[in-house]
Design a binder for this molecule. Structure first.
Ligand code: PLP
Length: 413
């Protein structure tokens, strides 16, 4: 039967994150792999959904109020003037908003710039549309954007640049200078930008999320995609949106209607309550995640990781394996599941090599097997269970050795 599959379907493989999650479930492991909260969503938002179902908002539906609120938030957060009637399409999460955007603007052979490491679904959508992903590596350990690398990769075949900030998996928030570089590349090559801003409300310390669309002359070139998922801890509700120039949004809406018709009606209704959340809610969200971040950093530092880059946003820690650990990222995660019953994601799930390999030696990419992503969007109980399980290993005489498979000489010192 496999020969009946389309050639593009054959190129799409199951996500390593999902596979590891299944392994973790089988081993009853503590899940620090998947990027969804395992604690309850805010109760007033849940009540709004329950009452929408009881009020029989259970049929296909477009809730214009969602667009009205999103437009107001865009004005308030970024000073953007967005027409809620023409410039916003409600979709099933950022995922569908992104896919519909790609289908709306990418033709076969168009190149699309992605920053590496990168959230894994972008590449699949671009390939489904016949586009060609071109990766520009961010430089570890701070994941800085090198303007030269970007400018060398953007050509007259480039149709769009994808920007995810705050960033999954690194926790990086792109700086104003970096945003200006990206905007400059868009202007120079007359290309579009697609932003993924799902972590827009989750930033730490003094960091503030700036939308690329708010840079001079960028709104007309940018399609913002985002959703309720992360800001309100409701990843299963599947309500998101794309914001952009009216003619592109009209195409996105047409694609969305052909594929899914509408986002879930009761959850669009509940989105009205979520989007009206007071500023204090977002302050609480930031503080809450900041303390989970700090707890997880301490946990990992305690077992030998050197957390060089402290996440500035999103809810992931992307840490390098200790220098004297001889395991690869994948082998480390397998050991972590088996020995400590804790699951995380090997960094290779987010890294790619492409045109740049021609200019850099494979050794320059060796860091790609050295990173592990830990999600800290987890309840106190989950984080404490992870700490306990990892701690037990470390406390046992050979535990650390078993976990990290340290080079013996290094551990003997
Ligand atoms: C960077 C990024 N974008 C998008 C998503 C998915 O968003 P949604 O649930 O709105 O489809 C995720 C989920 O992990 C993510 O990390």
């Amino acid at each position: 039967m496999e020969e009946k599959l389309s050639s593009v379907a054959k190129t799409l493989t199951p996500s390593p994150i999902q596979e590891l999650s299944l392994l973790a479930q089988r081993c009853n492991a503590v899940n620090l792999a998947e990027g969804f909260p395992d604690f309850p969503a805010p109760s007033h938002i849940k009540s709004a959904a329950v009452s929408a179902i009881n009020s029989d908002f259970n049929q296909y539906r477009h809730v214009q109020g969602v667009c009205d609120h999103v437009a107001m938030i865009m004005k308030h957060m970024h000073g953007l003037d967005v027409d809620p009637l023409t410039d916003i399409a409600i979709c099933c999460g950022q995922s569908e908003a992104f896919a519909a955007t790609v289908f709306a603007i990418i033709d076969k052979g168009d190149e699309v710039i992605l920053f590496d490491p990168s959230y894994e679904t972008y590449e699949a959508c671009i390939k489904l549309a016949g586009g060609i992903p071109v990766y520009v590596p961010l430089d570890p350990p701070y994941w800085t954007l090198d303007a030269d690398k970007l400018m060398k990769s953007v050509t007259n075949r480039t149709k769009a640049i994808v920007l995810n900030s705050p960033h999954n998996p690194t926790g990086k928030v792109f700086t104003e200078d970096e945003l200006e570089t990206i905007a400059g590349a868009c202007h120079t090559r007359d290309c579009l930008a697609i932003t993924d801003e799902v972590y827009e409300h989750i930033t730490y310390d003094k960091e503030k999320h700036i939308s690329l669309a708010s840079l001079p002359a960028m709104q007309k070139r940018t399609i913002i995609t985002s959703s309720l998922s992360k800001s309100y801890s409701v990843t299963g509700w599947r309500v998101g949106w794309a914001i952009g120039p009216a003619c592109i949004v009209s195409a996105i809406r047409n694609i969305h209607i052909k594929i899914t018709d509408s986002a879930p009606a009761p959850f669009q209704e509940a989105a009205l309550t979520a989007l009206r959340s007071p500023l204090e809610y977002f302050e609480w969200l930031r503080r809450d995640y900041e303390s989970r971040r700090d707890y997880t950093i301490k946990l990992l530092a305690g077992v030998g990781f050197q957390v060089q880059f402290k996440p500035q946003g999103s809810f992931f820690l992307f840490v390098e394996l200790p220098e004297n650990c001889v395991l690869s990222d994948v082998a480390f995660v397998e050991e972590l599941i088996k020995q400590a019953e804790v699951v995380a994601v090997p960094g290779c799930g987010f890294f790619h090599r492409n045109l740049y390999v021609d200019q850099l030696s494979p050794a320059d990419y060796s860091y790609q097997e050295r990173y592990i992503r830990f999600a800290f969007c987890k309840s106190d109980a989950t984080l404490a269970a992870a700490a306990q399980k990892i701690g037990e290993l470390v406390d046992s005489s050979s535990g650390l050795l078993k976990l990290f498979n340290f080079d013996r000489k290094a551990t003997d010192i």
